[in-house]
Every structure is written in structure tokens, then in C-alpha cells.
Design a protein around this ligand. Structure first.
Ligand SMILES: [Zn+2]
Length: 404
């Protein structure tokens, strides 16, 4: 399997020469990347080689060892996604659900407008004011913006808290570290770039005002126990300890991303179950941001309700990418049902155009990871950490979260 894995890694790297978003992280042998840069295989070559690799992976006998068998199933499925992505760069267009199935091994449920109207009705009663709900939500949230000059202090505090909490429950590779950088002009609001050697660079986009909930969101999602920990554990347990080279590369448009985004989002609930988040924010983050701690409870009640509108974003993307609605309609849908201010909705439409059906990885990913972990923990908090840590350090697929 090692030989097949090496070819998989080189194909992913070769894809990166045609699709600048494709290789999200690589910390394997530098010579492999140099080789790919020097020879620069064509898409047609990559596609043909991937089909051959896929056939060979199919012919390998399923190993008896559970982790080894996950590895083989993972390599097969990741290669399937690479084949489809290569076809997409050459112009193939799939319907939204077919694309998400092909690339991320999952399909988001469909909801009609009525579903989102009912959610809005619930949110109505929690947000003060009488005007259109989106305006009221924006005005309410506007009272909880982290002032620009306090961003660094608030993020620093949030990261320290998330890191300490994660280390209490799961061992992290020694010397792991990450740096934060502030950027502009991106379609995303935060991004973790894993550099290998247990180091990440986290970029925070400051184009739009940053609400207080984003502090823990970013610190957990991008950092602890999210992307930074996920990548560090893959590097430590699979790449370094076992020598599995496929763990040294992260293909963005692949099933791995649903596990990555889903675990990063669910990681917030792992680190701060139930009321613990509000308590921590009151004590540690609201004061650093200069916000009134007594309002944290109300803010997070509203925040929790609004987070249920996550599937509205999938719906906007599905309808827009399937050609049923225009970009303007998609932005309006996000404004109405995901309760985003117009400028946030426009940023999100740009994200949808760049990353397409990737959007399902956040909310559906979170639900699938939560389902997998909670079915195995019976509400026990340390068990939740253990199952979560095992998931982060294994090559599990989205379909494997549901079926196993
Ligand atoms: Zn993410």
C-alpha cells in the first residue's frame, strides 16, 4: 500500500500545479514536490494515472487490521475524488449534490423555504426590535463587535484557553505551535495553513467587523482542538509514527475536508459543552474585548438560534450552482434565511463561487462528526475527548461516520 500511497501523494501535488487551492498542506519529502514542479504532468496524464492507481487500489486485498483497512478504503475514496476534481478543472460540471457526493462523500439534506421561515419565527422572539429580522440581528450583533485594537488580545486569550483545555484532555505533539496573522480581501473569514513540523499559520480576515463569538470559533476551529490539532495528530500518528505518506498531503477538494471542517466545528462543543462556553466568555473574553459580561448569556442564546440556519447556506449554494437562481438571489437568500448582513452575504457568495459544494463540510460535517462521537460516548465528557482524538488521528471517511 505504501507504493500506492506515494503515487497518490504525487498525483495530489501534480493537481496542485493546475488548481492553486487544491493542496492545502504538504510536509512530505520536498523532492516529490520538486519532481512534480519540474515535470508538471498534464491534467490528462494525472487523470489517466489516477484511474490506473484506482484500479490497483481496488485489487489490493482488504487488510485484517482495522486501521489498515480504513487506510485502504480512504486511499480508494480520496483517489475517486481526485479523478472527479481533475475532470471538473477540465470543464465537467456536476449537479451540486452529485458534486458533494463525489468530492466529499456526503450529500446535504434539502430544506424548503418553510423550514427556514419557521427558524426565523423562533429567532424573532429572541432578538429585540420590530423591523426586518436581518436588520435587527445585525444591530444586535453590532453591539458585540471586538474593537480592532483589541482583536489580538482577545484572540490571544481565546487561543490560550482553548489550548490549555485541549491539553488537559488529549496529548499534543511536543513543540506544536501556531502564529496568527491579520489579512484582507479574502472570501473566507479565517484560514489555517498547516506548515508541517506541528506548526500552523492562522490567518484572520478583518474585512468585516468581527463579533465576539468568532474568538472561540477561530481559536477552536482553526486551532485547538480544530485544524491545527487535526493536522498535527495526522502528522504525528500516521505520517511520522507509521510512515503513511498520504497523511503528509491534504487535498482540499476531497472527503478529508468534511472530516476536517466537521471536527473543527464540533470541536467547539467538545471543548465547551453546554453552558461552559458562556461562563468562560463572561469571565475571560468579554472583559478583554471591553464588552459587558452580563450580556453574554443573551448573546449566546441568539447565537445558538442563528447557528441553526447553517443549512440555509447549503441551500443558497445548491440553488445558485445548479443554475436555479442568480448570484444576487443567492445573496438575498443568505440575507433572509441565514440572517447575514448584505456585505457578509456577498462575501459568502464569493466563497460559494470559489469553493462550491465545499460549503456542506461545515454544517453537515459538524452534524456527522457529532453523531459519530456522541453515539460512542453516552454523554461522558472524557470519553467524548477520547473518541474525538481517535477520529482526528485516523483516516476515516464521511460515509464511515454514518455506517460504522
Ligand atoms: Zn475550517
Amino acid at each position: 500500500m505504501n507504493d500506492a500511497a506515494e503515487r497518490y501523494v504525487k498525483l495530489v501535488l501534480a493537481m496542485g500545479e493546475h488548481d492553486s487551492d487544491y493542496v492545502d498542506a504538504f510536509y512530505g519529502p520536498a523532492a516529490w514536490r520538486e519532481e512534480v514542479r519540474a515535470t508538471r504532468p498534464t491534467l490528462r496524464f494525472i487523470h489517466a494515472a489516477a484511474l490506473v492507481l484506482r484500479e490497483e487500489l481496488e485489487s489490493l486485498a482488504m487488510p485484517a487490521d482495522p486501521l489498515e483497512s480504513l487506510r485502504l478504503i480512504y486511499l480508494r475514496r480520496q483517489t475517486d475524488a481526485l479523478i472527479v476534481r481533475a475532470e471538473m478543472i477540465e470543464g465537467r460540471r456536476l449537479r451540486f449534490d452529485d458534486e458533494s457526493q463525489a468530492l466529499y462523500d456526503a450529500v446535504a439534506p434539502t430544506h424548503e423555504e418553510d423550514y427556514f421561515r419557521r427558524l426565523n419565527a423562533e429567532i424573532e422572539s429572541a432578538v429585540p426590535g420590530t423591523g426586518p429580522l436581518t436588520d435587527r440581528v445585525e444591530e444586535f450583533r453590532g453591539q458585540f463587535v471586538i474593537p480592532r485594537e483589541k482583536l489580538d488580545a482577545v484572540f490571544g486569550a481565546a487561543i490560550a484557553i482553548c489550548r490549555a483545555r485541549t491539553m488537559e484532555h488529549m496529548p499534543l505533539p511536543p513543540g506544536e505551535t501556531f502564529t496568527v496573522e491579520y489579512v484582507n480581501g479574502k472570501s473566507w473569514s479565517g484560514y489555517n495553513w498547516y506548515h508541517g513540523g506541528f506548526h500552523s499559520l492562522i490567518q484572520v480576515n478583518t474585512d468585516l467587523p468581527i463579533f465576539i463569538d468568532r474568538a472561540i470559533d477561530l481559536a477552536c476551529h482553526e486551532g485547538y482542538p480544530g485544524h491545527h490539532v487535526y493536522n498535527s495528530l495526522l502528522e504525528k500518528t500516521l505520517f511520522r509514527d507509521r510512515g503513511w505518506v498520504e497523511a503528509s498531503v491534504y487535498a482540499l477538494f476531497s472527503p478529508q475536508s468534511l472530516i476536517a471542517e466537521g471536527s473543527a466545528n464540533y470541536g467547539i462543543d467538545v471543548a465547551f459543552p453546554a453552558g461552559e462556553r458562556v461562563e468562560m466568555e463572561e469571565k475571560h473574553l468579554f472583559p478583554v474585548a471591553g464588552l459587558d459580561p452580563s450580556r453574554a448569556g443573551h448573546y449566546y442564546r441568539v447565537h445558538e438560534l442563528i447557528s441553526r440556519t447553517g443549512y440555509a447556506g447549503n441551500e443558497a449554494a445548491r440553488r445558485y450552482l445548479d443554475g436555479q437562481i442568480s448570484a444576487g438571489d443567492a445573496a438575498e437568500w443568505l440575507t433572509t434565511y441565514a440572517l447575514m448582513a448584505p456585505e457578509r452575504a456577498l462575501q459568502r457568495v464569493k466563497f460559494i463561487e470559489q469553493y462550491r459544494s465545499y460549503v456542506i463540510n461545515y454544517n453537515l460535517g459538524k452534524d456527522l462528526v457529532r453523531g459519530f462521537v456522541e453515539a460512542r460516548t453516552q454523554g461522558d465528557s472524557q470519553r467524548r475527548w477520547n473518541v474525538f482524538a481517535d477520529l482526528l488521528a485516523s483516516p476515516r471517511l464521511p460515509s464511515g461516520l454514518v455506517s460504522s
